[in-house]
Design a protein around this ligand. Sequence first.
Ligand code: FAD
Length: 477
Amino acid sequence: MIDYAVVGSGVGGSSIAAYLDAKGYKTVLFEKEPYLGGCSSTFMHRGFSYNTGATTMAGYQEGHIVKSMFDAIGFTPELISSDPAIVIIQNGKKTPRYRDLEQFLAILDTHYPHPKNRDFWTLVYRLGTEFYAQQGHYYSNSSFLHKVRSLTSFLPLFFKFQRYLRVNGLAFIKQFYGDITGEYLQFLESQVLIVAQAPLKEINFFTAALSLGYTFNETHYVPGGFGALFDQLTATMQNVQRRTEITGIQKQDDYFLLHTKRSSFTRTVKAKNVILNSTVYDSSALFSQDRIKRYYKPYEKLNNHQSSFMLYMTIKTDKLFEHHYQLIQNEPYPHTLSSALFVSFSDKNDEKLCPKGHYSITASIHTDERWWENKVQYESQKAHLQEVLTKSICDILHITNDEIVHCFSATPKTFKQYIRRSQLGGNPITMRNFLPKLPSNNTPIKGLYHVGDTVYAAQGWPGVMLGVDNLRKLLHV
Ligand SMILES: Cc1cc2nc3c(=O)[nH]c(=O)nc-3n(C[C@H](O)[C@H](O)[C@H](O)COP(=O)(O)OP(=O)(O)OC[C@H]3O[C@@H](n4cnc5c(N)ncnc54)[C@H](O)[C@@H]3O)c2cc1C
């Protein structure tokens, strides 16, 4: 019997599996796909490689969560620093988000001048620094008592930042600035959306400040694509089962029976503990027992249907590009929820990801998964959006048609087919969906755990890794 069956190899699943394996527990990591990483994986299409979704890593620096978890695993990734973390282009104005506050302020003041800019961004900078220095909190909801107890561990954090936790991001910014142009507000709003996954009016200012300030920390590019990092992270693990989907789980008295969908591997596996890296609102489908289904029921409504449309491109050119751009236009793109497009380029020297002289491009924009359900319109809608986004990228970043070697797109339906989820980017922590309502990394069912961006703490590398660390504490390992 194995100690831990980890279902899914996303950021959460791979990290906790590598950690438990390094600690000597008999651990098996199951992944439905041939490649690891889920939303942060790398795949091949017609001979070219692409990052599937995520392209940038925050949190790998001294005192931050990704580095401390990797250190605990004994893993040192190969990384390239990105500074500026991102270049924002709006109405022809290019604003690099430099890590250095003064360097950023100098360019911000030329593009979006305002006497309150320095005070505002100094506050954003300070809140980030103070938050990352806070430690000692954890979250559990295995029982009412555990939940209340764990929530008290957040009290110091709450008291310190309460002023910014109680007010919504939009109201705070409008009040702070007094008068603020629509253009500058859109500049702020677009940056918040890609981190917090929610508009300013739905989140508290503290979350908004952390979202706006992540670029003041170190951000990294992964050579070879994120897939390479997952391969390295799990390289010393004894048992990684790729192409193996878990189709059902039965709770027995003191172990779980997992059913797999791969003929070459044992059809059922016994595990003392199960850690699910699948989305929490879909997980009840894996179980038949009523008690477990009842546990998941309240979380089904967490699916907000927010997803991504992806454009993948390989170009051949001798032009130079930064790692990441955000292109903001005045109106939302058709069939999307946003007027901002996030475009990532491979590093010019990254010959592991694409051939010399080429760039691998992954571009993403928010959409609603339900807008891709109409079978009649699906193909034409997809082709239309692909064309519009390609034109935007080419026009704004000066790429010519003859430099495009390969180009295709993916919809929420594509994500569902490959990694079993179409709601993407995690579950935002909003004014309504705040801490006590979040599903935790443990459950009231003995031996059943969760990790990933739909449970505590949040999305992205730092958010998911906070959950991995929380789970590690709850498991006492
Ligand atoms: C377009 C896009 C861009 C993003 N950009 C960034 C970024 O630049 N930086 C950043 O930090 N974050 C980014 N994010 C967010 C980040 O990618 C996610 O929050 C994170 O990768 C989610 O990790 P996870 O642990 O929840 O696992 P997931 O990514 O959800 O992976 C779960 C895995 O489990 C597997 N699985 C599911 N069910 C089963 C089963 N029954 N059996 C076996 N396997 C199963 C799936 O195939 C999948 O591989 C982005 C997300 C998207 C969608």
